[in-house]
Design a protein around this ligand. Structure first.
Ligand SMILES: [Zn+2]
Length: 383
């Protein structure tokens, strides 16, 4: 892999120019036209050596899939790289957060999450083509438009595209300045609990009332009991609303929250327990809506094997690759749930996702893009 690394070290300026173009196409999730423009920029760039296809994103931008035409690519194996073109930054952010390089860091909206990761992938492909490195599988790239807002429109596309992949490479940011991969991600769920009681005047007729607020307070105690930090299960009571006036026994109250878990079966168990909650005051009624959004990305045997494979390639590049488990979910969660081996966190090395100090570390590109090239050219050893 040292030839790839040496080549990419000569390409730092070209890479920065490309990255700058990407960052300066602002692409907030809510702006379908802008996000599609970002995808079209990538499509134009790879068009000479890829077949590109757009999938309608409905209210969101279009999703893009590129199948690369690379010499000698085996047809019986498929590697899918996955990323997103949307960012959390509103249109106009560039005015206060321009693309700029300072003391070895490059700043800009969406640069870390995740335009940097897309740029690494494009550099890896460039190196493979320039050096005529044979891929170990057919290579595809999927870029979706709505990851930052839950992947509602892209989820079916992501699932259909990844189903026949032997390995999915997630271009999401790496963890920490040392660039750890993400070999486990928590799954997520959401819930809403609505309590209906009976209103009454708190002075004249207190006992005739059934307080939805008191009932909800009791339920919050029960719900907090579902959190199990040792197992990594959290059930967060996030938002509480209820009541109308200080002197009225509250007729209504509700609670919104989220559920996080390392094992999807733990998340499912929490959903069942929430659905079974019973009112302590029988005069109150409880309605629960609870469901899982993203299954957990579990650190399976196959994921561990893929990580060891990545670690060996990284060692040749001078990277002591480490791994991490993280609480946030990505599209890798959907893909892993299909039984596809996922390596996540292969994107930008830097910091400040969704924050004003969002940046990547400039000199990490040659190593990290080489790692991607290695994963696309060295077959995973069979166990
Ligand atoms: Zn991301």
């Amino acid at each position: 892999m040292t030839d790839v690394l040496a080549y990419l070290e000569t390409r730092a300026d070209a890479w920065k120019a490309m990255l700058r173009e990407m960052v300066e196409i602002e692409s907030p999730s809510e702006d379908a036209v802008a996000v599609t423009r970002m995808a079209e920029w990538v499509a134009d760039r790879v068009a000479p050596y890829a077949t590109v296809k757009f999938f309608a994103g409905g209210a969101y931008g279009n999703h893009l899939r590129c199948n690369f035409k690379l010499k000698g690519a085996p047809r019986d194996r498929r590697i899918l790289a996955v990323g997103h073109c949307d960012t959390v930054w509103p249109q106009g952010t560039l005015a206060t957060m321009p693309f700029r390089e300072e003391a070895g860091r490059i700043f800009g909206p969406g640069i870390f999450d995740m335009k940097g990761g897309i740029s690494y992938f494009l550099m890896a492909l460039e190196a493979m083509r320039e050096l005529a490195i044979k891929p170990c599988a057919s290579i595809s790239l999927l870029l979706v438009s709505d990851e930052e807002i839950g992947s509602l429109s892209s989820r079916p596309v992501t699932e259909a595209e990844s189903r026949n992949a032997s390995l999915a490479l997630l271009l999401e940011p790496a963890v920490g300045p040392e660039g750890r991969l993400k070999t486990a991600r928590k799954g997520t769920g959401m819930y809403r609990l609505k309590v209906t009681g009976r209103a009454a005047h708190s002075g004249i007729d207190f006992a005739a009332g059934a307080s939805a607020v008191s009932e909800l307070a009791h339920q919050i105690g029960a719900i907090s009991g579902l959190t199990n930090l040792d197992r990594g299960i959290t059930v967060n009571p996030g938002v509480v609303r209820g009541g109308t006036k200080g002197n009225v026994v509250a007729a209504e109250a509700e609670l919104l929250g989220d559920i996080r878990f390392w094992k999807t079966s733990d998340g499912e168990a929490v959903v069942r327990k929430l659905q079974r909650l019973k009112p302590r005051d029988r005069r109150c009624r409880i309605e629960v809506e609870a469901s899982l959004n993203r299954p957990a990305l579990e650190r399976t045997k196959a994921v561990q094997r893929a990580f060891q494979h990545a670690r060996r390639i990284a060692a040749e590049l001078g990277i002591g690759l480490q791994e991490a488990s993280v609480g946030g979910a990505s599209d890798g969660n959907f893909i892993g749930a299909l039984g596809v081996t996922v390596l996540d966190g292969l994107g930008a090395v830097g910091d400040g996702a969704h924050a004003v100090n969002e940046h990547l570390i400039a000199n990490a590109m040659p190593q990290r893009a080489s790692l991607l090239a290695g994963l696309m050219s060295r077959p995973l050893p069979v166990s």
